[in-house]
Design a protein around this ligand. Sequence first.
Ligand code: GLP
Length: 236
Amino acid sequence: MEFIKVKTYAELSKRAADIILGQIRRKPDSVLGLATGSTPIGTYEELIRAYDDGRADFSKVRTVNLDEYCGLSEKDEQSYRCFMNTYLFDHINIDKANTNVPNGMAADPEEECRRYDAVISSAGGIDLQLLGIGVNGHIGFNEPSDKFTEGTHIVTLDERTRNSNSRFFKSLDEVPRKAVTVGIGTIMSSGKILLLANGESKKAIVEKAIYGEITPRVPASILQKHGDLTVIFSEE
Ligand code: GLP
């Protein structure tokens, strides 16, 4: 594991974007596992800047997002599909047909999970997985539980997660109770994992995840077992 501690969020974003750009240069048709949340926004801004400056070509890149709220359509501003379009896809030369986010509106959610797993395996798996971390140690929407999950599945969101994510909604009531997320098994099968965390509020959980006991009660702790994990933490 490589632990990179930086001072500012800007530095975190630059370091993360450089790693992603390096991956795309090495393999132009890379499959990127992408994350939402406030943490990767600066990284996405850096990727857009690289594209604007002619330093990056996303034309062959394929992406697979980690998760989506159940019951939100892509037109809903709080949906993760909308987030990805707004913060990244609408600003770079990626083919939207090559971008994947689980469908939170699927009539049969279990079928949607199987479809999403098939999308990931037919893409040949994820080359580089970008991750944020929830205050309770969740990755994607893999909440603390009794066992680590394998493939894509439906989760009931933890109250701490709903509270923390309510800042993006008009009220706590509007925060969906369920979500679809790729499993821990899928995340662990990625070639490389890049975990980003910034600020005091994430310090304790990052330490617990990276140096503490490996337990499904702290889902991110499983990352200790990955052979190519980079953690970038900013103090800001
Ligand atoms: C959501 C996402 C996670 C993300 C987490 C942290 O719950 N499902 O993938 O890591 O938020 O968000 P933030 O970066 O805003 O702290």
